[in-house]
Design a protein. Structure first.
Length: 256
């Protein structure tokens, strides 16, 4: 009969797994000491770009304006309804938020503050992204690059208004009539001016709407008053003619 003989390593006791997994701290430090140059190079390769990126970041300044809209006095019906907290008309508040976010308001802010000539805005509009520069550099080897046409004044206003959409945040918490306008730019004064200008332009817009509604109401009343005045004049003439025809004026004079 053939017998299977195991190697000598299988006949001894099983090695201690805990002893294999445990590594002496001195051994770890010795390994790190042997590779200290590689560790230093890797650390510098990570730390230098990270530090350069951190120091190249521009500071951002936030400024906020607060508007309260839609607060109308509810009519008095009973004491309980008056004392109870009124419900927030979310549809009306969201409509006002949409007005503040509209391109018309942004263009009005650009024109009010003359942001087209702001140094930060001009730098942002004239700068070319890194990806675009790389693509232009690569394509220049194959085709002749077309000269860049400068933007017109209207295009700059439109581009600046689109830039405000990234700088300005307009929010409502959904539980109140308060709308918060927050502007975030690289300059503290510019942030404050933009946030306040949004509030001023919005209030001017609402004021012009009320004035326009008043003028329209007056025009409608004038259109109705003119024919009524003409009818009154004709009625007075008819009464006068009736009195003269029937001698009512002479009788009144005799009694007087």
């Amino acid at each position: 009969m053939n017998t299977l003989q195991l190697p000598s390593s299988y006949n001894g006791p099983a090695p201690d797994q805990m002893a294999i997994q445990q590594v002496s701290p001195l051994h770890a430090f010795s390994v790190m000491n042997r590779h200290r140059l590689a560790i230093a190079l890797v650390t510098l390769a990570v730390a230098i770009p990270a530090g350069a990126a951190i120091f190249s970041l521009k500071p951002y300044y936030n400024a906020s304006s607060i508007l309260i809209v839609g607060t109308r006095q509810a009519p008095f019906r009973d004491l309980q309804a008056t004392v109870a907290s009124p419900e927030v008309d979310t549809v009306a508040v969201n409509s006002e938020v949409s007005i503040l976010r509209s391109p018309a308001i942004a263009r009005a802010v650009v024109q009010k503050l003359d942001l087209v000539n702001n140094p930060e805005v001009r730098e942002t509009l004239d700068s070319v992204p890194l990806v675009r520069r790389v693509m232009d550099f690569v394509t220049s080897f194959f085709v002749t690059p077309t000269p860049q046409v400068p933007m017109t004044q209207a295009e700059r206003v439109q581009a600046t208004a689109a830039l405000l959409d990234r700088w300005v945040t307009i929010l409502n918490d959904g539980r109140s009539y308060i709308i918060t306008i927050t502007a975030s730019t690289n300059d503290a004064q510019t942030s404050a001016r933009v946030a306040n200008a949004y509030a001023d332009v919005y209030l001017d817009f609402k004021r012009h709407m009320k004035i326009s509604a008043t003028w329209q109401a007056n025009a409608m009343l004038d259109e109705q008053i003119v024919p009524l005045r003409e009818r009154l004049r004709k009625a007075e003439q008819a009464v006068q003619a009736f009195r003269e025809k029937n001698g009512l004026i002479a009788a009144e004079l005799e009694r007087a």
